[in-house]
Design a protein around this ligand. Structure first.
Ligand code: 13P
Ligand code: SF4
Length: 325
């Protein structure tokens, strides 16, 4: 199989990748040839994290996308993240390893239903978690991520009626923390909703010195047990700076790769799901593979495309967030 010598236009996405290729080397070559960067979320497979130019949480990835001078952005994350990169970079090519990599929060908040919800609350402000479609972003007054939501919501006058979509767990966490009564869309993340209170209790007994670090997309029952609640970057920073050496981690286990690098002498135990399954791994994030990253850079497909009107409307609340972050 002489894939390397095939003209790019002659390939189809279904072509197999020559197993003898050194994908890391090929990706490095393509990044240089195409003036491309790879942005990766912490929930990607470790081999994707290792070839990325930048790894971060949702806010940092949006900030990196806003700053780049690359001609091509390969977004190793999920669809809403790549959409955000495209909204911020209309003139750059944004490719995604797998266009089907979605998000239960985004798919659980269809724009027509969110628009109808908003219409039932005239005079309200819609704050949307970045894990939503571009259409929902276009309806929103503010976009927030798990690392800036508290700061941004705190700035909204307390007498304002605030609708918060789509994550009810993050919304409830913010309501409690800030003493607010935002009206919550009832969406959840299929990954963070699976952690088992019972099994975490068991782990705490077996690791009595361990601190529980949890993402705010987790259920309230898990957040109440946590010693620290924060975004993926927040969790990494907290564990790195802490004088403690053992941690239970209630978020997608892809983060363990960077935790181990940042704090090699500390122990990280992933929080288990209730069922006997690997359902604490995000099935959307894990659709991406190193092969698909390589193919997306080789073919410059699949591309993220969006019409200008939608892009412009969705950009307004994203720019507000970036200005406040
Ligand atoms: P952050 O990386 O922004 O904390 O988000 C976690 C997540 O679930 C992304 O889909
Ligand atoms: Fe969406 Fe949850 Fe997967 Fe993040 S981990 S992309 S919130 S389904």
């Amino acid at each position: 199989m002489m894939i390397r010598s095939l003209p790019i236009a002659g390939r189809t996405l279904a072509d197999p990748v020559d197993p003898s290729l050194d994908l890391e080397e090929e990706i490095a070559r393509l990044k240089k040839d195409r003036n491309a960067i790879v942005l990766a979320h912490y929930y990607q497979d470790s081999e994707i994290q290792d070839i990325a130019d930048f790894i971060g949480d949702s806010l940092q990835l949006a900030q990196a996308a806003a700053k780049t001078n690359a001609d091509v952005i390969c977004f190793a994350g999920v669809h809403f993240m790549a959409e955000t990169a495209k909204i911020l970079n209309p003139n750059r090519v944004v490719v995604v390893p797998d266009l089907e990599a979605g998000c239960s929060l985004a798919s659980g908040a269809p724009a027509d239903k969110v628009a109808a919800w908003k219409a039932r609350h005239p005079g309200s402000i819609l704050v949307s978690y970045i894990n939503c479609s571009a259409d929902v972003k276009a309806l929103s007054d503010f976009i927030v991520t798990s690392s800036n939501a508290e700061k941004i919501v705190a700035r909204i006058p307390s007498e304002t009626t605030v609708l918060f979509a789509p994550d009810k767990n993050l919304g409830q966490y913010l309501n409690k923390k800030l003493g607010r009564s935002m009206i919550l869309w009832q969406g959840t993340c299929i990954v963070h909703d699976t952690f088992s209170e019972r099994k975490i209790e068991g782990l705490k007994l077996r690791h009595p010195k361990a601190l529980l670090l949890a993402h705010p997309e987790c259920e309230d029952v898990v957040l109440r047990m946590a010693d620290y609640v924060g975004s993926t970057t927040g969790i990494i920073n907290y564990a790195t700076k802490s004088d403690k050496t053992e941690f239970l981690v209630a978020t997608e286990p892809g983060i363990l790769h960077q935790l181990a690098k940042a704090a090699p002498n500390k122990t990280f135990v992933p929080a288990p799901p209730e069922a006997n399954c690997a359902c604490n791994e995000c099935p959307h994030m894990r659709k991406n593979t190193l092969e698909k990253v390589y193919l997306s850079l080789l073919n410059l497909e699949p591309r993220l495309e969006m019409n200008e009107a939608l892009r412009n409307a969705a950009r307004v609340p994203i720019d507000r967030m970036l200005a406040l972050s």
